[in-house]
Design a protein around this ligand. Structure first.
Ligand code: SF4
Ligand code: SF4
Length: 111
């Protein structure tokens, strides 16, 4: 292909099979990934330096159409939670809900 041109061919996505905790429910219904109090992102990231918030939260009027998909916890930065091992969540599942002005992991438990 000549330099400077692009191919319109779509490169297939790689399939990755990985065990993750599931997001059992989320009450942040204004989030674009939320349909009927369930999260349908592929995976969420939890935690920042201040609290175990859902970093994937995205407020939007349009909601995902991927309602068959159940979200997993892809990563968690809340090292002070007892379920956190090596920056990953080891709980079976988590729940998420609005908490003040934030949207937090309600499964968080301090060590
Ligand atoms: S868990 Fe996070 S990304 Fe998923 S619906 Fe709730 S706030 Fe949105
Ligand atoms: S339970 Fe703990 S380790 Fe798991 S996502 Fe929530 S804050 Fe992170």
């Amino acid at each position: 292909m000549p330099v400077g041109t692009t191919s319109s061919r779509r490169i297939p996505m790689k399939n990755i099979v990985i065990e993750m905790p599931t997001v059992a429910s989320c009450l942040a219904t204004e989030c674009a990934y939320n349909v009927n109090e369930d999260c349908h992102a592929r995976a969420i990231t939890v935690g920042n330096s201040l609290h175990a918030g859902c970093d994937t939260f995205f407020s939007g009027s349009e909601h995902t159409r991927a309602v068959q998909r159940t979200a997993g916890v892809g990563a968690c930065k809340s090292k002070e939670c007892e379920f956190n091992q090596d920056l990953e969540c080891m709980a079976d599942s988590i729940t998420v809900a609005p908490h003040g002005k934030a949207v937090d992991c309600m499964t968080y438990a301090p060590r």
